[in-house]
Design a protein around this ligand. Sequence first.
Ligand code: ADP
Ligand code: LRH
Length: 486
Amino acid sequence: AGELTLAAVDLGASSGRVMLARVGPGRLDLTEVHRFPNRPVRTAGTLQWDVLGLYAGVLDGLRAAGREGDVDGIGIDSWAVDVGLLDADGALLGNPVHYRDARHETAVADVHAVVPPDELYRVNGLQHLPFNTLFQLAAMRGTARFAAARQALLVPDLLAYWLTGARVAEVTNASTTGLLDATTRQWAPGLLDRLDLPRHLLPALVQPGEEIGRLTADVRAETGLGDVPVVAVGSHDTASAVVGVPARGDRFAYVSCGTWSLVGVELEKPVLSEAGRAAGFTNELGVDGTVRYLHNVMGLWLLQESLRTWAAHGLPADLADLLAAAARVPAFTAVVDVDDPRFLPPGDVPARIAQVCAETGQTPPQSQAETVRCIVDSLALAYRRTVRSAEELSGREVDVVHLVGGGARNALLCQLTADACGRPVLAGPVEAAALGNALVQARALGALEGGLGEMRRLLRTTQQLVEYRPAGSAAAWDAAEARIAR
Ligand code: ADP
Ligand code: LRH
């Protein structure tokens, strides 16, 4: 097998990027050819993704990729759950609504009245999040847009449709809809029927590695690329990021650390226990038949949204400066439960943190540095709690915590995660999702052989990783945990 040049499109909630990977036996190089901001837009009270702007960014990136030489394949991954609705002509009916929009939640009680939460969990195995696609679709029932809808495409599938003309549902991301059976890995038509959601909304499933289609003549003309295949990858960014975890063996936990922190273990089979449901554990489907048994921790969103709030008030908002100042603040001046649902919607996160601290009898942070320290301490505390629960609930023992995504650049967070978990943290790669995306394409197109183990071996020999050794006392973390009323 020779070397291939692959375009990996990775859309995160904070930015989109098109990366170019050169992959072959013993080789895995990644370069960024285009990065663009992902800025949601509110119109008439509804928070939406600017999906045409994102698609334009993808086309710009593909054009830039083509200028570097021949491109052998394209793969797309993005955040999960959100969908675009298509009408009978295949035209998009409005922008996909953002998972942070409050509307979805209005359908939760209606859905649970028809399919109780414990029953739902036994089928779809998903952590209850008020924005899981089934709640979003249920909230749209009765609207003109929904009446006109013939198909619902998850964001990466929508972009692949525009590039190729083919409409599919890639299975890893489909598993975040709540409408897929986590055991059979097929759609659960019975759920759709009971919720009065038409079956035709959901396209046929494809597996990572299958070809979705080839660039249309229009797209070729617009990007300067040739007859390039668009290959299904783990189109859920977290699925691709976990492929991109450079683990040795299976005794590892991961923190996929971007806007969200997805914390858990990789399993062969779902764990659909009532205890797991109560602890907020999800069974998302992964590449090569794996299951990601994880919990969504609120993540670096808390920092991003604090910076946005401070910038809007004309306060300093440089991340590196604030993290350096936070490293000098004593630990545990205040800690919060980062998963408090009040942190989910956009808004003044520092004010919400102050309120939660007051409610739990703690002095709220008195400066920006103290607020940042509170966020970072609280995230590490949440990772500790979640890694422990993942081990207990799944029976999988963990020797090391891999931290991938943009958060791997945050040395304070990485060190505190090692301290909190009492385990070494291996940080990196930052672009794990793009790497996982490219590796699955490379295998599908014949440049690599083997399973996740071989892909991860290639990551270990080619990517820069930083190790953080655990220090400090477990008792301090126990005391911090006790300060959070749960
Ligand atoms: P997403 O894919 O959800 O958009 P990323 O994986 O790109 O998120 O991670 C973005 C986050 O990474 C930022 O919010 C920031 O907290 C963190 N980050 C990025 N660069 C740095 C850096 N140089 N130092 C510390 N943190 C960083
Ligand atoms: C991370 C992510 C996560 C989902 C959330 C909506 O980007 O895909 O896995 O839960 O976005």
